[in-house]
Design a protein around this ligand. Structure first.
Ligand code: APR
Length: 238
């Protein structure tokens, strides 16, 4: 069988786990230590912006200390290979880290935003942000203070790039979900949408996710092993 030419990959925090970035719902995950309502909702930000800034500032500061792993690198190499063959890999990620970019992936949709960007809640200006955010910062575009927030999609907010992600999935030859528990929608619904459109859907995860039954194929194990092995398999067919 010929290898797929148009692939959509959805990644979650499991792809970055072996780089040292915490997942959310595993035993030692982020939501075992923090109440998501306090740090990842618009209501939490309104109630205690200092706490929310501290939470995301810590995560942004940790990025230079972590490196892309073999799974990020394999996905970047598959993107290059498909492009050489006239195909396309669209990487839809729920992750706010920058490890896919640093591994060399280019066609990335950050549906839950990016740690290394800020957005002004007053005027919507989005810009690269390498430093800490604080309530005292002034927006350089509209001049107002108090509105600077992480460019991260919180619970209750609408994920970004949904039209682009759905268009890519519905016209793909293969949808692959990697390192996500399948518990947060709309991302958790992508595999079902793919299957309804006749697109095969594969899961690569440490263990079966909550919607494992939706997938037509699966490989279980650490991302640094199963992702490079799958990429090699696909590349050998091409
Ligand atoms: N390799 C592969 N998969 C792994 C690994 C690993 N080394 N370690 C953990 N996993 C898997 C877990 O088995 C789990 O299924 O990664 C998944 C992580 O699931 P979650 O912690 O729920 O993270 P995620 O799916 O990315 O969460 C989605 O929830 O809170 C929000 O906005 C946050 O983007 C996040 C969204």
């Amino acid at each position: 069988m010929r290898s797929p030419q148009n692939v959509v990959v959805l990644t979650g925090s499991g792809v970055s786990a072996e780089s040292g970035v915490a997942t959310f719902r595993d035993q030692d995950g982020v939501w075992a230590k923090y109440d998501y309502r306090e740090v990842a909702t618009p209501q939490g930000f309104a109630a205690n912006p200092e706490l929310v800034h501290a939470f995301y500032n810590d995560r942004r500061r940790a990025l230079p200390g972590v490196r892309p792993n073999a799974a990020h690198e394999a996905l970047a190499s598959l993107e290059r290979k498909l492009a050489e063959q006239g195909g396309r890999l669209t990487l839809v990620t729920q992750n706010v880290d920058d490890l896919h970019e640093r591994a060399g992936s280019e066609n990335i949709l950050h549906m839950h935003g990016e740690l290394k960007k800020s957005i002004c809640a007053h005027c919507g200006d989005v810009r690269v942000c390498d430093d800490d955010l604080a309530t005292t910062l002034r927006c350089t575009v509209c001049g107002r203070t108090g509105g600077m927030r992480p460019y991260v999609v919180w619970f209750g907010e609408i994920p970004r790039f949904m039209d682009e992600a759905m268009d890519a999935i519905l016209s793909a030859d293969l949808f692959v979900s990697i390192g996500t528990s399948g518990s947060v929608y709309p991302a958790a619904g992508f595999a079902g949408e793919a299957r309804l459109a006749g697109v095969p859907a594969m899961e690569l995860n440490l263990e079966p996710s909550e919607n494992a039954h939706v997938f037509s194929d699966s490989r279980y194990g650490p991302a640094t092993q199963v992702v490079p092995a799958w990429v090699e398999e696909v590349s050998a067919k091409g």
